[in-house]
Design a binder for this molecule. Structure first.
Ligand code: FES
Ligand code: FES
Length: 157
């Protein structure tokens, strides 16, 4: 079988496994991008969120065959950016992180939202993060953190 070529966090990679393998498993087990979490494996929790050609997807629902020639960004790649620094600071200052399990997915969901909607209302933030579940912090602090990042990072998105 031909290798599946794609770009992972800016680096070209070539995956030798099956086209039916899950992107989530490949990211964690083959490429060790363990910021991508496994919650439900059913597309319900958002813990496995990644950006695929700039679009937020649940990697547990994406087969490797669909990944060919695409660009995948996980938190390992996103955290080198200025936009990540602004989001990270806002989440920390507002205490929007407890166990941290949901945070990579939340931050990538916030990034996807802010690219499309740089000045979101709280309602739009809730909608943008609605596929990502948090079991411990509570959503008010997370919404507040994203709102604050959007203001602090004016011009970055
Ligand atoms: S592990 Fe993919 S949505 Fe829950
Ligand atoms: S901070 Fe624990 S699940 Fe969100």
């Amino acid at each position: 079988m031909d290798a599946i070529r794609f770009v992972l966090n800016g680096q070209e990679v070539s995956y030798e496994g099956s086209a039916s393998d899950r992107l989530l498993d490949v990211l964690r087990n083959t490429y060790r991008t363990t910021s991508v979490k496994c919650g439900c494996k059913e597309g319900e929790c958002g813990a496995c969120s990644v950006l695929m050609d700039g679009v937020l997807v649940n990697s547990c629902c994406v087969a490797m065959g669909a990944v060919e020639h695409s660009s995948i960004v996980t938190m390992e790649g996103f955290r080198d950016t200025e936009r990540y620094a602004v989001l990270d600071r806002a989440f920390a200052e507002i205490s929007a992180v407890q166990c941290g399990f949901c945070i990579p997915g939340m931050v990538l969901a916030a990034e996807a939202l802010l690219v499309k909607t740089p000045h979101p209302s709280d309602e739009e933030i809730r909608e943008g993060l609605s596929g990502n579940l948090c079991r411990c912090t509570g959503y008010n602090a997370i919404v507040h953190a994203v709102s604050s990042a959007a203001k602090e990072g004016e011009g970055l998105w």
